[in-house]
Design a protein around this ligand. Structure first.
Ligand code: ZN
Length: 190
């Protein structure tokens, strides 16, 4: 796992979206001490590029292997709709709704999850200012999904035995793929 550091620009091009069962997805991320530092906006730019390329509407730093409390969102999937949440904290949620959710780090699987349709978040922006935002619908759901990433949880944790059975083949394939990537890497490094 790449810890967040000020020289992260040098590593930006190497960043990519990691997938289940990568252990880095399980890490509880650490706060960013200087959200207004240019290195944070450089990281955010790279994350937006990766997220839009992958067709996602939300992405947490832990999904690109950076252990920082940060996520981005674009609920309209419009490239000009760029929302950034640094050191985020969900203040309140209300209501209950069952929604189908997927995750860029667990491709090929979507499951029904109970979420709150309304959420209030507090976070810091790239300008270093703390702000509060009330969200309803999709954005509220993104808040809850991404906050779980920030705390080292993923979609698979919501799956019961039945869903694990239904998605057994995809989960097995993802595990096998990660094994191949690992062995490929060790071969390459000699
Ligand atoms: Zn996700």
């Amino acid at each position: 796992m790449v810890a967040y550091h000020k020289n992260i620009q040098a590593d930006l091009r190497k960043l990519h979206i990691i997938r289940y069962p990568a252990p880095e997805l399980r890490e509880v991320c650490t706060p960013i001490s200087d959200p207004a530092d240019p290195s944070v906006s450089a990281l955010v730019d790279r994350m937006f590029k990766l997220m839009f390329e992958a067709g996602g509407m939300g992405l947490a730093a832990s999904q690109v292997c950076v252990a920082a409390r940060l996520f981005i969102a674009s609920p309209t999937f419009d490239p000009t709709d760029r929302r950034v949440y640094i050191n985020p904290r969900i203040i309140s949620t209300s209501g209950k709704v069952k929604v189908k959710e997927g995750c860029l780090s667990v491709p090929g699987i979507s499951i029904k999850i109970r979420r709150a349709p309304k959420a209030v978040i507090e976070a810091t922006g790239l300008d270093g200012e703390r702000f509060m935002e009330k969200a309803e619908g999709l954005l509220a759901l993104i808040f809850q999904h991404e906050m779980e990433h920030v705390d080292g949880q993923i979609l698979v944790d919501h799956m019961g035995w039945f869903e694990k059975l239904v998605h057994h083949r995809v989960l097995t394939e993802l595990r096998e793929l990660s094994g191949l990537e690992l062995s490929g890497r060790s071969t390459a490094s000699g």
